[in-house]
Design a protein. Structure first.
Length: 161
C-alpha cells in the first residue's frame, strides 16, 4: 500500500501517503536503453547509406520525447502527504510537485473522515472535514486503498487519547 503509519513521535501518530511509482530509476534506464536498441536495430541495414542521416534525427527525437515524457510524469508524481495526529492537533501537510507546500490544521476531536462513494472527482473520494473546511486526502490512491484508509483513519480519530 502506498501509505504507512510511522512510529509515534512526540505523542503524535504519523501517516505518510505517496502515489504509486511503477517505474524505478533502474527500470527507467533499462526501458530507455531497450527502446533505443530496438529503434536502432533496423538502422543496421542502412549503415553506409545516406538515408541513415535523414532518419537519425527523427529516431533520436523519438527517444528524447519518450525520455522527456517519462521524466515529467515522474516529477508530477513527486507528492507526499503527511498527517500528524496528536491529542489536541491534527495537521495535514502536502508536499507537491515543484516544492509546493500546503498545510491544514484542525482539532482532531471535531475532525470527520468522510468517504464520498459518488459525487466526488473520483469514486470513494476521501475528505477530512474540520475547522470549517474540508480537505482531500490520498486522491492518488486506488478506490480500495481509500476505503481501507478511511476505515483506519476513523478508528484512530475515534480512539480516546
Amino acid at each position: 500500500m502506498p501509505y504507512e503509519w510511522l512510529p509515534p513521535e512526540g505523542g503524535e501518530d504519523r501517516l505518510q501517503l505517496w502515489p504509486h511509482r511503477s517505474l524505478s530509476q533502474r527500470g527507467f534506464v533499462w526501458f530507455i536503453g531497450a527502446t533505443a536498441t530496438l529503434i536502432a536495430l533496423p538502422l543496421i541495414g542502412l549503415l553506409g547509406n545516406p538515408i541513415l542521416w535523414a532518419l537519425l534525427p527523427f529516431l533520436l527525437g523519438a527517444i528524447w520525447a519518450i525520455w522527456f515524457a517519462l521524466r515529467k510524469n515522474g516529477r508530477d508524481r513527486d507528492i507526499l502527504e503527511v498527517l500528524h495526529l496528536g491529542p489536541d492537533r491534527l495537521q495535514l501537510v502536502r508536499l507537491g510537485p515543484k516544492g509546493l507546500r500546503q498545510e491544514w490544521e484542525a482539532n482532531p476531536y471535531w475532525v470527520e473522515a468522510t468517504l464520498h462513494e459518488t459525487g466526488g472527482p473520483v469514486p470513494n473520494y476521501l475528505t477530512l472535514k474540520g475547522d470549517g473546511r474540508a480537505v482531500e486526502l490520498g486522491a492518488f490512491l486506488s478506490e480500495e486503498e481509500r476505503v481501507a484508509l478511511a476505515d483506519d483513519l476513523r478508528s484512530r480519530l475515534g480512539r480516546p487519547r
